[in-house]
Ligand binder design. Structure first.
Ligand SMILES: Cc1cc2nc3c(=O)[nH]c(=O)nc-3n(C[C@H](O)[C@H](O)[C@H](O)COP(=O)(O)OP(=O)(O)OC[C@H]3O[C@@H](n4cnc5c(N)ncnc54)[C@H](O)[C@@H]3O)c2cc1C
Ligand code: FES
Length: 347
């Protein structure tokens, strides 16, 4: 039996089939609710259920705590209705601008700018143009049907090929194959099936607020794409980039970040770049900022009430930033946009 879900405050209504999750049903019917991992790990789809019964499927307690469940919150990516529902959720303007497609791609190149980071270029089929919002991600559909998500690292107007920045997670199925730690290794010219574009992490261009861009590790990928897009579109809002890594060699595109600052300045735009190292090594000769990247933002900005924040990378960084910026720096909760790079380890 299917159930009806009404979204508040918009009043939009959609139906959910048996065994279908609320989020999947909404996206299928063109109702663009916010989401990230689609797997109960990141919390981006958390919404209040105002009325009705539902079954909350397996999820991480960091994405939805027992206390939040008691208060009536649900993760819509893994919630199944048991009656008609009324849920409170904002819809994401622009998220449905491009059709979500499955297609074969070819690995055009793999470079290793750091020991545990690969930059992969993917060649699209000849008849496909890259269509996505800077900040969105794709999913690789692996041979066993499992999926892995990676954010596009360049803005669509620059993307003849799709650029991905992939960090090795030792013991991980996909990245062990990419880094040659398991057989068969992934290599140039291999064909990979992808689905794209996905996600609701992209610049909200209907705002005039200054922007904090916060990245940890390969979380720099979608942030880089957003900055390239903002420069291309001459978006005049001040942008403050903070990129946190462990040591100097982990800032795998430091020069690229510096070059973006130059490009922005040439267009009369304001972009600052603050790299932050959490564990600089003795040989790094590092004169810059140290510590946790989100704390560097808090040291520099005492009041975030008039800002938008876009955060991407390690789930712990994203969650700490969300909690501390909203509680201690006055950032409105709805102005914090994030993609947490969750993996099997977070579920
Ligand atoms: C929206 C989104 C965008 C992303 N974008 C990027 C990106 O641009 N760049 C990037 O580098 N990453 C990104 N990620 C993360 C990426 O999708 C993968 O999760 C990551 O690369 C690991 O994949 P894997 O197959 O190598 O590891 P997995 O097989 O998923 O394993 C991950 C880790 O968990 C451990 N593990 C496996 N199973 C278990 C278990 N049952 N219990 C405990 N531990 C376990 C493994 O040993 C490994 O260390 C993104 C994630 C999301 C959700
Ligand atoms: S999208 Fe639902 S928890 Fe990540």
């Amino acid at each position: 039996m299917s159930f009806q879900v009404t979204v508040r405050p918009s009043g939009r209504v959609f139906s959910v089939e048996p065994d279908e999750a609320v989020l999947a049903a909404a996206l299928r019917q063109g109702i663009n609710l916010p989401y990230g991992c689609k797997d109960g790990a990141c919390g981006s789809c958390k919404s209040k259920v105002l009325q009705g019964q539902f079954y909350q499927g397996a999820h991480s307690t960091s994405a939805l705590s027992a206390a939040e469940q008691k208060q009536g919150y649900a993760l819509l990516c893994c919630a199944m209705p048991e009656s008609d529902l009324e849920v409170e959720s904002r819809e994401v303007l622009g998220a449905g601008d491009f059709p979500v497609k499955k297609m074969p791609t070819r690995i055009a190149s793999i470079q290793k700018p750091a020991a545990d980071v690969a930059i992969m270029q993917l060649q699209l089929p000849a008849n496909e143009r890259p269509q996505y919002h800077a900040g969105q991600y794709l999913e690789f559909i692996l041979k066993d049907g499992s999926r892995r998500s990676y954010s596009m690292a360049s803005a669509p107007h620059l993307a003849e090929k799709l650029e991905l920045h992939i960090r090795h997670m030792p013991g991980g199925k996909f990245t062990d194959a990419l880094f040659g730690a398991s057989e068969p290794a992934l290599k140039e010219r291999d064909i990979m099936r992808v689905e794209m574009p996905l996600g609701t992490f992209f610049l909200r261009e209907d705002s005039n607020k200054p922007i904090v861009l916060l990245a940890s590790g390969t979380g720099f990928a979608p942030i880089k794409a957003m900055i390239e897009h903002a420069i291309y579109k001459k978006i005049a809002r001040p942008m403050y980039l903070y990129w946190g890594c462990r040591s100097r060699r982990d800032l795998y595109l430091h020069e690229t970040a510096l070059a973006l600052v130059q490009q922005a300045a040439q267009q009369g735009l304001t972009l600052s770049y603050t790299p932050v190292l959490s564990e600089p090594k003795a040989g790094d000769d590092w004169q810059g900022r140290t510590g946790l990247v989100h704390q560097a933002v808090m040291q520099d900005m005492t009041d975030l009430s008039g800002y938008q924040v876009y955060a991407c990378g390690a789930p712990i960084m994203v969650e700490s930033a969300r909690a501390d910026f909203t509680r201690q720096r006055g950032l409105p909760a709805e102005e914090f946009y994030a993609d947490a790079f969750t993996s099997a380890a977070d579920k």
